[in-house]
Design a protein around this ligand. Structure first.
Ligand SMILES: Nc1nc2c(ncn2[C@@H]2O[C@H](COP(=O)(O)OP(=O)(O)O)[C@@H](O)[C@H]2O)c(=O)[nH]1
Ligand SMILES: [Mg+2]
Length: 455
């Protein structure tokens, strides 16, 4: 195990609440001397060194010259704390002066300023959580929608770890049996690891990893927003529709064809899911160089999108879908705009699942929103399966899958145990990288460097 230990676990401190003044602020201290250092500044009914774990104490922060603040201090003792070390959390009043001075006094008393993510890194190094759980902490802090929060929380609760631990354990048993055979290389006929059982296991693991790999599409869409491109001929009301969806004048609307020349993009949360709407230039034949560049971008946007809103003018429908590259994999919502220009009869038509009739100009686009919500609920349901949302996990899983497929090929070709064991080890180490059983300082720096200070 290549685990980087912190050379000497110093006691660290940081302001854990956001920069600025607020009702209260929390300053966190972690390390061997945490309780003792805070105690030198804390005047309460009794000394913090005598405080029981998981208790809160009222008192004042004082040094020789100055009474700084009245505070509440929470005491946690190793190993049952977030970091696995002694931790003290000081809730002070949220004045910038108080926060900064308290931090300075802690440093003067022997603390070091925590680096970004250092509390969570310590939690990882002390075995309080694995790497996917530590990464989930960062995701949880960054979550902007319910779906994102749900995903991060399930990861924090060990969703991915449990799934991978199960795979690894079963694979390990077999790998050790295969390696045991190598120790008895003189007895060629010896086979501890039943080959057909191993093949069945490899297939099963291949399937499980395959499902995880595929789930990245969902996980990624939840994090980045589901890309929805609004496409159609010029002047059908694409920009008007974008504005109506967002509830603000985001894109320029005019009756001059070719007004939208570049793609305009903005996000909206519907039913706890992030959608990324892309308004595009209308598709038509034109000699205008710049408009053509815009049209090319429309095609690219359509290609990258998961959902296409194909917008047509209800008074003179023009279908442009045939002008796009293959759209067979896309969810296409057919929308007919400008129904206000049709007779009263037509205006009452609300459409069905296949066609939506609306007036973007009126601003009422609820039917369309509802269809998008239904699609997302169906397509991005993460309640019943573990969902991957992290590129690092995705890449390692692809490598693990590649290795387990080599194991299957090898078994079919009856290759020697020596080569089998290499592929098995490759798979195991790729899986181990995800949870952090195998890791390098570089990977850790990369992960924890992106955290905020104080977490
Ligand atoms: N009557 C009516 N006009 C609309 C509606 N939606 C858009 N328009 C008009 O159609 C013209 C083109 O709109 P725009 O959103 O720029 O179309 P785009 O070229 O597809 O982006 C503008 O004059 C809009 O005011 C609608 O629902 N009803
Ligand atoms: Mg437009």
């Amino acid at each position: 195990m290549a685990m980087a230990k912190i050379e000497e676990m110093s006691t660290i401190c940081a302001i854990s609440t956001p920069y600025g003044s607020g009702g209260i602020a929390v300053v966190r201290v972690s390390g061997e001397s945490a309780i003792q250092i805070v105690d030198t500044l804390f005047h309460g009914r009794k000394s913090l060194t005598e405080a029981k774990a998981y208790t809160v104490h009222y008192g004042e922060i004082v040094n020789e010259q100055e009474i700084l603040d009245q505070v509440l201090v929470s005491v946690f003792r190793a190993p049952h704390s977030f970091t696995g070390e002694d931790v003290v959390e000081i809730a002070c009043h949220g004045s910038m002066y108080i926060q900064q001075t308290l931090l300075q006094w802690l440093v003067d008393a022997g603390c070091q300023l925590a680096k970004a993510g250092e509390f969570t890194q310590r939690a990882f190094l002390n075995g309080k959580m694995d790497l996917t759980e530590a990464e989930a902490v960062a995701d949880l802090i960054a979550a902007q929608t319910k779906a994102e929060k749900d995903l991060a929380l399930s990861q924090l609760r060990g969703g991915i770890s449990n799934e991978l631990a199960m795979l690894r354990e079963r694979l390990l048993t077999f790998t050790s049996l295969v390696e045991l055979e190598l120790d008895f290389a003189d007895h060629e006929e010896l086979e501890f690891a039943d080959r057909s059982e191993l093949f069945a296991l490899a297939q099963e693991i291949d399937t499980t990893i395959g499902n995880l790999v595929r789930s990245f599409k969902t996980g990624n869409a939840i994090k980045q927003g589901i890309p929805v491109a609004i496409i159609g001929a010029p002047n059908v009301g694409k920009s008007t529709l974008l504005n109506a969806l967002l509830g603000e004048e985001r894109a320029i609307v005019s009756d001059i064809q070719g007004t939208t020349r570049d793609t305009v993009e903005d996000t909206l949360v519907l039913d706890g899911m992030l959608f990324r709407f892309i308004d595009t230039a209308g598709l038509r034949q034109t000699d205008d160089t710049i408009e053509n560049l815009g049209i090319e971008r429309s095609r690219q946007a359509a290609q990258k999108a998961v959902v296409l809103i194909h917008l047509q003018d209800a008074t003179q429908p023009v279908n442009i879908l045939a002008e796009l590259d293959d759209t067979s994999e896309k969810k296409i919502i057919q929308v007919y705009n400008k129904v206000d220009l049709l007779g009263k009869e037509a205006m009452r038509r609300e459409g069905d699942e296949a066609r939506i009739y609306l007036s973007a100009k009126s601003g009422n686009v609820e039917v369309l929103k509802q269809q998008l919500i239904n699609f997302a609920r169906e397509q991005y349901d993460t309640r019943n399966a573990v969902t991957i949302s992290n590129t690092r996990h995705y890449e390692a899983l692809v490598r693990a899958q590649d290795a387990i497929q080599r194991v299957q090929d090898g078994l079919q070709m009856q290759i020697s145990g020596e080569f089998l064991s290499m592929d098995l080890q490759d798979c195991l180490s790729a899986l181990g990288e995800i949870t952090g059983q195998i890791t390098s300082q570089e990977v850790l720096n990369n992960i924890f460097g992106k955290f905020c200070i104080g977490k």
